[in-house]
Design a protein. Structure first.
Ligand SMILES: [Zn+2]
Length: 251
């Protein structure tokens, strides 16, 4: 029975059992099977793949695997912009960095919004809806569900390895080169709306007495009306973001 050889590189090994990590391994050849289906069948979701080489030549996802092929699979490079472009593009380059997150990533959604990124998140999106919205709105799907990433509608996506929200932010910041994004009170953590400075006089009647007494600089969401001030959870989350961005800076 003919075989093909697959060798996965770098963080793509996270999807493989230990005995297949960082080493070429063989799988049975399947007649008329695309390379995309073959690689996903061994565990690696297609949005994580940045470069496919077959017998040292770049191919795209539609390539039909031949008996004896030697396949090299590499991850997407860290940045969505810049860097060397592969000879064969697996997907069009992203022009904007926008996200959609699955229902388990609410805290990460808040952090990304605080960084100013347009981030779609609701705790009641189901898998087909997430895939369709990611596709239709050209958003990067961040998820802890590998099966969701394998849906063919998903073009841009990433499996978030960490479970701790602060580590998740660090991971996504590195993967998508977000280090230069400024946490600038631009977006509402609650609803993704744009946030603007607001005069205290305008919202004075909405404030708790202690907040009114001690705080003077306020921002308000244009969509949902949420009010933010230094000392609210907004400020605590900004401290997390500064830690993460600082860690990146020190590397
Ligand atoms: Zn809002």
């Amino acid at each position: 029975m003919p075989n093909v050889t697959i060798h996965c590189h770098a963080e793509l090994n996270d999807f493989l059992p230990r005995d297949r990590q960082d080493t070429p391994f063989t799988v049975p050849w399947v007649d008329n099977g695309s390379i995309k289906n073959l690689i996903e069948s061994v565990g690696v979701p297609h949005p994580e793949i940045g470069l496919l080489l077959v017998n040292n030549a770049a191919v795209d996802f539609t390539y039909l695997v031949q008996p004896g092929d030697q396949i090299e699979v590499s991850p997407s490079s860290g940045s969505s912009a810049g860097g060397a472009q592969p000879a064969v593009r697996l997907r069009p380059p992203l022009t904007t960095t926008r996200f959609i997150l699955d229902t388990h990533l609410g805290r990460l959604a808040g952090y990304l919004r605080m960084l100013g990124f347009d981030t779609l998140y609701r705790n009641d999106f189901d898998d087909p809806e997430l895939a369709r919205l990611a596709h239709d709105q050209t958003r990067i799907l961040l998820t802890r569900d590998i099966g969701l990433l394998k849906r063919s509608l998903v073009i841009y996506g990433y499996f978030v390895r960490a479970t701790d929200p602060e580590r998740q932010l660090r991971e996504v910041a590195q993967r998508f080169n977000l280090a230069h994004a400024a946490a600038s009170f631009e977006r509402c953590m609650r609803c993704n709306g744009l946030v603007q400075r607001v005069d205290k006089a305008q919202i004075d009647h909405l404030l708790e007495p202690r907040t009114r007494q001690y705080y003077h600089v306020f921002h308000q969401c244009r969509e949902c009306g949420q009010i933010y001030w230094q000392g609210s959870h907004f400020a605590r989350m900004q401290a997390v973001i500064e830690r993460v961005m600082q860690a990146k800076h020190d590397e």
